[in-house]
Design a binder for this molecule. Structure first.
Ligand code: ANZ
Length: 823
């Protein structure tokens, strides 16, 4: 059978597309706008199978929108600053700048060969000074608003990458980038005050829930972690005098059962209040604590450790004196860093009490539950309050909580409170490859922002310098760069030597694409408001609480600044699965990596794209070992052969064509739209395959190749395939005589127009009676109106013969089944 030459076809159409630039988004187009965005890659290598998958899926929607007549913004750039690119560069013994530029050039070429419908006229890299100038500008705007600040606190430290990390970058205790176990360090670092937006970030999810994947919404809700409870104040009796200590609890109703207190061992408070006799013990303990990750510290099954601080506190409702301990199971930066321990009803408190021999007092009598002190199992269920003063007699939690909060408020010892798990976003990094923080430290004036007209603060190249992570920023060694005059007093000052994390760069890139070459501002507000919010954002679920949370935060701040007209950047979202091989994630150590270039070489771009789209629902993982790109290629050749068989002219009147094939075509087009809009791209491919089969059958053993319905079906195949297999679609279009001199592209041909009437496939048989006898049967639409059915009955020849000129006295119509004519 005839086949087309893959390599020649790819070269030919790339040239045509280069000339035509069919996917340039025009800001001034009168068409309705759509913004299709896919997460931009880190240029730490060339494109791989994962990119091939996302770009193929994403392109179905972008190309569909073009065909439907929208003006589509589908940009692509590179998240070129940051650890992934920097680490890869260091491994390759190259400067990150040269290294990322080379990768970007290769990736663009690969994307173009891959026929991804990106608008390359809008591309940028986050490491371009023209871009990071505005990243720095935004930092300064946040700083002005009090949303960027520096503080000293225990922070996550990656011993491998030798830098601090945001909480969001610590995944189950390990570095999100390199997998090393994260430890804690006490450091002064820069933060964004994302916690100011905690409630709003949570509330926004109620709307996003309708169009975002559940797992992302749930991950964000849990990460923000809102809880309701109370702040309770305990009087503390230290060696140096009286002071107060506040705790956060979700169960203030268990206050009578608080038999001791625990302070986070690494909170400054612990060292402040410890009795001098116990200070050494605390210090020794701290050495151990610093090694543990937060995940370990919060684990319920971990043996409890701690130090008696040698002081007591007063329980504010019972007046009882309770001991105060320090332990690592209380986190320094959650709540107030101190807790009231209720061992009878909190498992970790009970484990601690048992380990340290502290008292346990039950305050809720949970029916059927054993005594926690004996069983070792804390009870958290509902029951009647006991040993609880004014609460005794009550038995529901809500009234218990309300009553105790009223009492605390009356006594001035506490109040109802809401707490969030979300922490401020630590953004500074002790690494080279990032946007320098535009702050100058002056011994006289303190922190001084770099004046806006001096932006960007250019990252010095430091060619030949050792950029390996050492725990402090390599920029510290660039003395000429570091030493500057203070913008305020002119005296000697130094630049901040930390750089911003990559996630800062990617928090606003979606705005920049709307006016990518504007050198007067970060982005053009009118253009941003015209294109955004993004209609569909396609990318990896691994960003659920990182990029996807940070970008939402930035958008809210920018809206507060009056720079964008909306508060959520991404209206709808789709997360693709992973491409795996032989049941496992591809990895060097397993040797199961699949090279994209090899696959493209063997089967061609279209077959690889089709395979990835056809594999299953987009969210599912694709095991490449179970795929058959050669099968995809055979299908594409089969589709292409149709275009050579069509013998009717493009002008042939399709209305005269074979009805059965026309119905199949109409139904396919109709369903295809819905399938794309509901992300069932694999089903779309299956339907195109069916249409190809039906057309082949019509040619070989049906109406024959000259029937205009065959042309209609084949042209429809070409247009639908343009969403998935752009090269094959172009070849077909050309062979069909639609684009003989390459002046257009099938990708912009427009969505096929079909006769809606052909969609009414199901008919019912209506019976027509004249004088009580069946005189006619009509095939009609199930939703035909009474009037139409009556008219159809009257027009029927057999019926007219039966009436035979007599006067019709009455017509009873029961659409769609019966017409009874009385004469
Ligand atoms: C007393 C109590 C009794 C508690 C009880 C629970 C059950 P969420 O829901 O996550 O906000 N807690 C408070 N601060 C803490 C910290 N810094 N480190 C570790 N644990 C901390 O959890 C709030 C509960 O977690 C608080 O309520 C406190 O224990 C603990 F039957 O207080 B509870």
């Amino acid at each position: 059978a005839a086949t087309y030459d893959i390599a020649a076809t790819e070269t030919k159409w790339q040239q045509v597309w280069d000339d035509l630039q069919p996917f340039r988004a025009d800001d001034d187009s009168p068409r309705e706008k759509r913004y299709a965005l896919t997460m931009f890659p880190y240029p730490s290598g060339d494109l791989h199978m994962g990119h091939a998958e996302v770009f193929a899926l994403h392109d179905v929607v972008a190309r569909y929108w073009w065909q439907r007549g929208y003006e589509v913004l589908n940009p692509m750039g590179f998240d070129s600053f940051g650890l992934p690119a920097e680490n890869a560069a260091i491994r390759n013994d190259e400067h990150p700048d040269t290294y990322t530029r080379a990768n970007i050039a290769r990736s663009i070429e690969s994307c173009q060969k891959y026929a991804a419908s990106f608008d390359w006229s809008r591309t940028f890299n986050t490491s371009d000074p023209e871009y990071y100038r505005w990243t720095q500008w935004l930092f300064l705007k946040f700083y002005e608003r009090g949303l960027a600040y520096r503080k000293n606190s225990p922070v996550n430290w990656c011993p491998q990458d030798q830098t601090v990390l945001a909480n969001e970058q610590v995944v189950n205790g390990f570095c999100e980038r390199c997998g090393a176990e994260v430890t804690k360090k006490e450091l002064t670092q820069w933060y964004f005050k994302i916690t100011d937006y905690a409630q709003e970030l949570l509330d926004g999810l109620d709307e996003l829930e309708k169009t975002w994947p559940d797992r992302v919404v749930t991950a964000q809700r849990n990460w923000i972690g809102r809880s309701e409870g109370a702040h309770v104040t305990f009087a503390l009796h230290t060696a140096t005098g009286e002071r107060e200590i506040e705790v956060y609890t979700t169960r203030p109703d268990t206050l009578y059962g608080a038999t001791f207190m625990v302070v986070a061992a690494d909170a400054p408070l612990a060292a402040d209040i410890v009795h001098p006799d116990r200070a050494q013990a605390l210090e020794d303990y701290l050495v151990e604590v610093r090694k543990a990750s937060d995940i370990d510290r919060l684990a319920t099954d971990r043996p409890k450790t701690g130090v008696d601080l040698g002081i007591t506190a007063t329980n504010p409702v019972s007046g009882e004196q309770v001991p105060v301990w320090a332990s690592d199971y209380v986190l320094a930066d959650y709540g107030t860093g101190a807790i009231m321990a209720v061992p009878a009803h909190d498992q970790r408190d009970l484990d601690f009490a048992k380990a340290m021999g502290l008292p346990v007092r039950r305050v809720i009598d949970v029916p059927g539950a054993e005594d926690p002190e004996e069983s070792g199992v804390a009870t958290s269920g509902d029951g009647a309050y006991v040993n609880s003063g004014e609460l005794d007699g009550l038995s529901d939690k809500a009234s218990g909580i309300r009553t105790i909060i009223e009492r605390l408020e009356a006594d001035g010892r506490g109040s109802g409170a809401v707490n969030f798990r979300l922490r401020d976003w630590l953004l500074s990094r002790q690494r080279y490859w990032g946007a320098p923080i535009p702050i100058i430290h002056c011994p006289v004036d303190g922190e001084v922002p770099v004046p806006e007209d001096q932006l960007p603060v250019t990252l010095p190249m430091l060619k030949g310098a050792d950029l390996k992570p050492k725990g402090t920023s390599p920029l510290g060694g660039a003395t000429d760069w570091v030493n500057v005059a203070c913008p305020t007093c002119g005296g000697p000052a130094t630049r901040d030597t930390d750089t911003m994390d990559t996630f800062v760069d990617s928090s606003w890139y979606m705005f920049r694409y709307c006016s990518p070459n504007d050198d007067t501002q970060a982005f053009d507000t009118d253009k941003v408001n015209a294109w955004m919010p993004v209609n569909l954002y396609v990318g990896g679920v691994e960003h659920a609480v990182l990029h996807l949370l940070y970008g939402r935060f930035f958008t809210k701040v920018l809206n507060d600044m009056g720079l964008v007209g909306f508060r959520e950047p991404w209206s709808a979202q789709l997360n693709q699965g992973f491409v795996i091989n032989q049941g496992k994630k591809m990895s060097k150590s397993l040797g199961n990596g699949v090279n994209l270039g090899d696959q493209l070489g063997a089967f061609g771009v279209d077959a690889v794209r089709l395979t990835l789209v056809f594999a299953g629902p987009p969210e599912d993982d694709i095991d490449w070992a179970n795929m058959s790109p050669d099968g995809s290629l055979r299908f594409l050749q089969r589709a292409w052969r149709l275009s050579g068989d069509v013998t009717s002219a493009p002008e042939a009147d399709v209305a005269t064509g074979d009805v059965a094939l026309r119905r199949t075509t109409a139904r396919t087009v109709h369903d295809a739209a819905e399938l794309v809009e509901t992300y069932r791209f694999n089903v779309l491919v299956a339907r195109v395959m069916e249409l190809v089969n039906a057309t082949r059958k019509a040619i070989d053993s049906g109406c024959g190749p000259a029937d205009p319905a065959v042309r209609e079906a084949t042209e429809t195949v070409a247009i639908l395939l343009s969403l998935v297999a752009p090269y094959t679609a172009e070849e077909m279009w050309e062979r069909l005589g639609r684009n003989p001199s390459h002046e257009t592209t099938v990708a912009r041909a427009g969505w096929p127009v079909v006769d809606e009437a052909l969609l009414v496939e199901d008919t019912v048989t209506a019976i027509v009676q004249v004088k009580g006898k069946v005189r006619g049967r009509l095939e009609v639409s199930p939703d035909i109106s009474d009037a139409d059915l009556e008219a159809a009955a009257m027009a029927d020849e057999g019926v007219q013969r039966a009436i035979d000129g007599a006067t019709v006295r009455k017509v009873i119509v029961r659409a769609p089944k019966l017409v009874n004519i009385v004469v």
